[in-house]
Design a protein around this ligand. Structure first.
Ligand code: HEM
Length: 489
């Protein structure tokens, strides 16, 4: 009897709680003001893992399908996160300009930490990271670049002097190789370039292979590729510690990024540690090596395909040779405007970094071209895509065609809709610090090739390798070459 009484009491209490909740919900729906948030439209997917499946099939495929339906701002539910895409300069300005406390990189780029190592870039607070980016900026100033250019030019001369009078090569492999050598010389320093090149490039290869799509989600998963990455990172640290010690002991100073990082000091006067120097050099190589070699390959492929643009860059080389003879230095490379536009256009069509990400920490609003306003709540991941935005037809005329003249004075399509119309190098607060270095390096290589060889593309025009972390060229790019000296008359 007592038991029955207790059961009844619980039952009645249960009914009361449920009834209260239902009434409360009804009141909130009927009386409370509706949320005023104008949330972006959401990509339709299957429940739970549908968003992940769409994303894994390729973010660009997904954006291509959704942009015409949903417009320039939309959200994808990705497992337990929401990614909001901001496509085009009209809606992406906040992405590029926001302060770190509003939109941060640290969480979304965390997966780099085991590769770059402890104490640098995404492993440190923004205030320290800002100082480390100042070290990058100082190491890439014009006075430093002038010295790097001489090294770039002599690396290119040396490399191509080993080619025969004629032959067939995989241009992609050759340019990749030359860029590793040049980056070693300018960034990692003479010791690595002259004595330790094979060892260090093998270790970088292991670091590279340790950055897989799965590493973005699980950077510490104990898989063989991650174990090799960790071993390589440790070994690189030992190598650079020795090099730094021997430079300091000998009181020697070199003109390379390594030296700049050794000499860098934080605001409080603290010098960089050996481990930080190693980490910053790895970050520089990761930022600049594949991106530049991919861009130099696309530039070559497009120039060889489009004879009128090839003639234009050859003409420019002839004019510069008439003016300066065979000399090539920083200032002469800076005069190569036609070549610059040819590279920039290859990079518009094929930005190697196809998606840029931030994590949002405060609500913000955007207005689309057609006047729709959306509120993006804090907690969303925010994304923009150079690969998609660089081909928007309201900014770039006939966007899929290779047309370097679109950047010439009078057209300047890269500025058509303001600062964020062309975003292969990002922009705003976190715009690429290595852009001038990259252009100089690619110009140094192509001016040498144009002046000394004739080429013919003998494999089909290359396709895009969407599966790579840094999106590049699929397969080989075979060319036939013949040595010649460009006639200036
Ligand atoms: C064609 C070559 C290159 C391309 C396409 C490229 C592209 C980019 C992009 C898109 C960003 C912005 C990332 C974001 O907003 O999340 C970036 C940032 C950066 N890049 Fe490059 N990059 C190139 C070459 C280089 C080189 C050669 C270096 C250094 C030697 C370099 C160093 C950096 C650094 C340090 C940042 C971070 C800037 C910051 O967060 O404040 N890049 N790059």
């Amino acid at each position: 009897m007592i038991m029955m009484d207790v059961d009844n009491k619980f039952f009645n209490m249960g009914v009361l709680i449920v009834a209260t909740l239902v009434v409360a919900k009804l009141i909130s729906v009927l009386i409370m003001p509706k949320s005023k948030k104008r949330l972006p439209p959401v990509v339709k997917t299957w429940p739970l893992i549908g968003g992940l499946v769409r994303f894994m099939k390729g973010p660009i495929v997904m954006i291509r399908e959704e942009y015409p339906k949903l417009g320039s701002v939309f959200t994808l539910n990705l497992a337990n996160r929401k990614i909001t895409f901001l496509i085009g300069p009209e809606v992406s300005a906040h992405f590029f300009k926001a302060s770190e406390s509003d939109l941060s990189q640290q969480e979304v780029y965390q997966f780099n930490v085991p590769t770059f190592g402890p104490g640098v870039v995404f492993d440190v607070d923004y205030s320290v990271r800002q100082e480390q980016f100042r070290f990058f900026t100082e190491s890439l100033r014009v006075n430093k670049l002038k010295g790097y250019v001489d090294q770039m030019v002599s690396e290119a001369e040396d490399y191509f002097s080993k080619w025969g009078d004629s032959g067939e090569v995989d241009l992609k492999y050759e340019l990749e190789h030359l860029i590793i050598l040049t980056a070693s010389r300018c960034l990692l320093g003479r010791e690595v370039r002259d004595k330790l090149f094979a060892d260090v490039s093998a270790l970088f290869h292991d670091l590279d292979n340790g950055m897989l799509p799965i590493s973005v989600i699980f950077p510490y998963l104990p898989i063989p590729a991650h174990k090799r990455r960790d071993r390589a990172r440790k070994k690189l640290s030992e190598i650079f510690t020795n090099i730094i010690a021997s430079r300091k002991d000998a009181g020697k100073s070199e003109n390379d990024m390594l030296q700049c990082f050794i000499d860098s000091k934080y605001k409080d006067g603290r010098p960089t540690t050996e481990s930080e120097v190693t980490g910053l050099l790895i970050a520089a190589l990761f930022a600049g090596q594949h991106t530049s070699s991919i861009t130099s390959t696309w530039t070559g492929a497009y120039l060889l395909k489009h004879k009128q643009h090839l003639s234009a860059v050859l003409e420019e080389q002839k004019n510069l040779m008439q003016k300066h003879g065979s000399k090539v230095d920083h200032d002469i490379l800076s005069e190569m405007d036609t070549l610059y536009r040819s590279i920039k256009e290859a990079l518009r069509l094929h930005p190697p970094l196809i998606m840029l990400l931030r994590s949002s920490h405060s609500d913000f609003s955007v207005t689309t071209r057609d006047g729709k306003e959306y509120d993006i709540p804090k907690g969303h991941i925010v994304a923009t895509s150079p690969a998609f935005a660089n081909r928007l037809p309201h900014i770039f005329k006939d966007p899929d065609s290779y047309d370097p003249d679109r950047f010439a004075i009078g057209r300047e399509e890269d500025k058509a809709a303001g600062a964020f119309s062309y975003i292969s190098f990002g922009g705003g607060r976190h715009g690429c610090l290595g852009e001038p270095f990259a252009y100089l390096q690619i110009k140094a290589i192509w001016s040498h090739l144009l002046r000394n060889f004739e080429f013919e593309l003998i494999s089909p025009f290359p396709e895009i390798d969407w599966n790579a972390m840094v999106v590049g060229v699929k397969g080989k790019v075979m060319v036939r070459y013949k040595r010649r000296v460009l006639s200036v008359n």
